[in-house]
Design a protein around this ligand. Structure first.
Ligand code: BGC
Length: 449
């Protein structure tokens, strides 16, 4: 047996997002978001599911906080539904929305749980989408106004702020691959949106500094690890492009103030222009206090002419897969963290999401989700290796506290360490909950050698 031990300073947490758990979409003065529209468009979400009720956390947050307390986490990452604060995205602020998050944040604080607030986890107010969404630079101003309102309102209560969750998903998954709201399939549009998102992030950071808010601010991009199939240069190059789509494309502008030239050229060959206005790169290039990293999976891949956007194809190397079909690839977690550290330096890192989809159901009120325990254990070993290798990791927040509305997969895919019965809304702590609880309380766990 070997012991994997973490420092006492390590923050432990769990994460969720507003549209995925809150429900109560017509309550508290909330306006429509693009996910209300998208989920009600036939064929977009599996089984026609939507977030109308979700986990009903809007009404059950006290019960959820009890669960967090029992888990022993000292950090909880949640997101605010922009359209609860500004039902039309901008204009008049909705006091009921602010009141809801005050009650919620106060309860977290009373229970000794640090709130980590994501401002944008994909639920853009529909009114802004009607005017072009993130393609329209007015949305940037609306976002900064919303961010400013939140900073001022919650100053002293919320000390950790994340501007954007997974800008790759907001841009490419939603506007090029078309799988998420608003569902377009236009590479130019997606690339313009990716840029506008980064400008919005930068402007929010500038505002945060101007207001001298006590706390820290960062963003949470999603990363994967792309391992070349062979050491042939063409395989290495294909994987470099595939990985850079997630990493360099969204990190270089923030950390270096420029886009990676090889990717600019590649996109150029696809007929895509970067729509950068004067001053944009300086705005994006703001020092951040921490970097949130979301990691789930990685893969082995190689060069194949005209495959996908990057002449890159994945090869099934026989890794085990979770119930959503993603490779279990803990080595990729270690490698990507080391890579980010080597490329972008010492900025403190919080793992803002890591977890697995396993659809185990309760039998006699017990959920034996061994697959998830194994996944968490393997990924925490990788995290520990990264820490031992000098990567500046400050905390780990698993995705997710609860089973919830898994976007285009609806309720068919479960990522929670707590099971939710979507009929009765009953919560059942899974075996992984108890494993994680023990790990947090010990600060270590054992693995077989
Ligand atoms: C997102 C979550 C999502 C999870 C699993 C991340 O991309 O931030 O909202 O549920 O992955 O797909």
């Amino acid at each position: 047996m070997a012991i994997v031990k973490f420092s006492n300073e390590m923050k432990w947490g769990a994460a969720t997002a507003s549209y995925q758990i809150e429900g109560a979409v017509k309550e508290g003065g909330r306006g429509l978001s693009i996910w209300d529209t998208f989920s009600k468009t036939p064929g977009k979400v599996k089984n026609g599911d939507n977030g109308d009720i979700a986990c009903d956390s809007y009404h059950r947050f006290e019960e959820d906080i009890e669960i967090m307390k029992d888990l022993g986490i000292n950090s909880y990452r949640f997101s605010v539904a922009w359209s609860r604060i500004f039902p039309e995205g901008t204009g008049k602020v909705n006091k009921e929305g602010l009141d809801f998050y005050h009650k919620f944040v106060d309860k977290l604080l009373e229970n000794g749980i640090e709130p980590m607030c994501t401002l944008y986890h994909w639920d853009l107010p529909q009114s802004l989408q009607d005017k072009g969404g993130w393609d329209n630079r007015e949305t940037i101003e609306a976002f900064v106004n919303y961010a400013e309102t939140m900073f001022k309102e919650f100053t002293g209560k919320i000390k950790f702020w994340i501007t954007l969750n997974e800008p790759w998903c907001v841009s490419y998954l939603s506007n090029y691959l078309g799988l998420h709201a608003p569902g377009y399939t236009d590479l130019q549009l997606a690339t313009s949106i990716a840029h506008n998102l980064l400008v919005a992030h930068g402007k929010a950071v500038i505002k945060f500094r101007e207001l001298k808010i006590d706390g820290q601010i960062g963003y949470a991009p999603n990363v994967e690890w792309n391992e070349p199939y062979s050491n042939k240069q063409e395989d290495i190059d294909a994987c470099t492009r595939a990985g850079a789509w997630f990493i360099e494309w969204f990190f270089d502008p923030v950390f270096k103030g420029s886009y990676p030239q090889f990717m600019v050229e590649w996109f150029g060959k696809k007929g895509v222009q970067l729509r950068i206005e004067d001053g944009d790169m300086e705005i994006i290039h703001q020092p951040i206090d921490f970097l949130g990293i979301n990691y789930y999976t990685g893969s082995v891949g190689r060069f194949k002419e005209n495959a996908g956007l990057f002449d890159h194809e994945r090869v099934d190397a026989g890794y085990k897969k979770t119930d959503i079909g993603w490779n279990v690839y803990p080595e990729g977690f270690y490698k990507v963290l080391c890579y980010i550290h080597e490329t972008y330096g010492q900025t403190p890192i919080y793992i803002t999401e890591n977890g697995a989809c396993y659809n185990d159901e309760p039998i006699d009120r017990r959920v034996k989700d061994e697959g998830r325990i194994e996944y968490l254990q393997q990924h925490l070993v990788s995290l520990n290796r990264a820490i031992e290798s000098g990567v500046n990791i400050k905390g780990y927040l698993t995705w997710s506290l609860l089973d919830n509305f898994e976007w285009a997969e609806g309720y068919s895919k479960r990522f929670g360490i707590v099971h939710v019965n979507y009929r009765t809304l009953e919560r059942t702590k899974k075996d992984s909950f108890y494993w994680y609880k023990q790990t947090i309380s010990n600060g270590w766990f054992q693995v077989n050698e």
